[in-house]
Write a protein that binds this ligand. Structure first.
Ligand code: FE2
Ligand code: FE2
Length: 353
């Protein structure tokens, strides 16, 4: 018997034993993705504001979404993942999901909790609020609101139609197979008295008697007026060569926004172009103000106010504010805390940087 035939017979026997030789074809294909640089399936992509807003207005004019979903949510799907059969694998990047949500006046998004972390970045409208652990947190344009892992949360709206972005780490938790989700039973979660709420009554100086090892201290609301004030105050300085005047929404302990997600905001001053770099964290951006161009691996991606776009991990990228009159402000979220926690984070400046 030839060696090839012997190997074929062995492979067949091994397959029945749930074993595979490293010589098999499947392993060859897998080895081809091993190289000194990371290999990602995430594709760069821009989602246009007008397309998203038109779609959300259309579902906003409907009453019950045909009983198919409780929340008016658009999921931003990376073109690379559009063909995935399982909805949990149709995500914005391999680790993060970004969605756009509309809550109309008088509407309630029911309370629930889950172990995936989420945040809201408010784009339009006022008068809605998020309830986090009984605390009523107003949602105003440009605010960032956190609903950390396992916090009871829901949304209610007593004002105008409000549109926001949600960012979630559930693709990562799906991969780890640890996702949990539960509905709040017995109606709406009760609201705490103002005196018992952390978010509205304290800043980053916190009562020591409320510290709990199980529940790390979060800053649940980052108000736009404070964020913008800081951006303006720092705009006369050099900023970051790769990101302009860039801020991270930090946790009160000094760490990233949440254990799995970092949220940031950056100002590109009139005509500013940043230097090129790359890192092995992926970033989802939202153009909150102004317009610009991001060059990703040599390809130009133009974006205008309201657009969202993805920069996949390990892609060379630089940003440019296309206007000489207007500042540009980009909101972003990245999975960098995960890479750092696993001691895998890498970053490199481009040539000439
Ligand atoms: Fe939720
Ligand atoms: Fe970057």
């Amino acid at each position: 018997m030839s060696e090839a035939e012997l190997l074929r017979q062995l492979d067949e026997k091994l397959r029945q034993l749930s074993v595979e030789g490293l010589w098999s074809e499947a392993s060859d294909a897998d080895m081809a993705t091993y190289s000194k640089d990371p290999h990602t399936t995430v594709l760069p992509h821009v989602w246009k504001w007008q397309d998203l807003y038109d779609a959300i207005q259309t579902v906003g004019n409907m009453h019950g979404l045909d009983g198919k979903a409780e929340r008016r949510v658009l999921r931003l799907i990376n073109p690379a993942y559009q063909g995935n059969k399982n909805r949990r694998q149709r995500t914005t990047t391999h680790t993060m999901l970004m969605t756009m949500q509309l809550l109309k006046p008088g509407e309630v998004a029911q309370d629930h909790r889950h172990n995936f972390a989420a945040f809201r970045f408010i784009l339009k409208g006022s008068g809605a609020y998020t309830i986090v652990e009984g605390e009523k947190i107003p949602m105003e344009e440009g605010d960032l609101i956190l609903t950390p892992s396992m916090t009871w949360h829901g949304h209610r709206n007593g004002g105008e139609p409000v549109v926001w972005l949600d960012g979630l780490d559930n693709p990562l938790l799906f991969l780890l197979q640890v996702i949990t989700w539960e509905a709040f039973t017995g109606g709406l979660q009760p609201l705490k008295n103002d005196a018992d709420c952390v978010a509205p009554r304290v800043g980053l100086a916190r009562p020591v008697w409320e510290k709990s090892p199980e529940r790390p201290s979060y800053n649940l609301r980052y108000q736009w007026k404070d964020t913008y004030e800081t951006l303006k105050r720092l705009s006369g300085g050099p900023g970051s060569p790769f990101d302009g005047v860039a801020l991270e929404y930090v946790n009160p302990t000094g760490g990233h926004t949440m254990p799995t997600l970092s949220c940031g905001i950056q100002m590109l001053r009139r005509g500013e172009t940043t230097q090129t770099h790359r890192h092995n964290s992926s970033t989802i951006y939202h153009a909150f103000r102004g317009s610009g161009t991001t060059v990703i691996n040599g390809e130009k991606f133009d974006w205008e106010r309201g657009d969202c776009f993805v920069v996949p991990l390990w892609s060379w990228h630089s940003h440019r504010n296309r206007s000489n009159e207007e500042e540009t402000i980009l909101f972003s979220t990245s999975d960098m805390p995960v890479m750092e926690a696993l001691r895998l984070y890498r970053e490199e400046p481009g040539e000439g940087a």
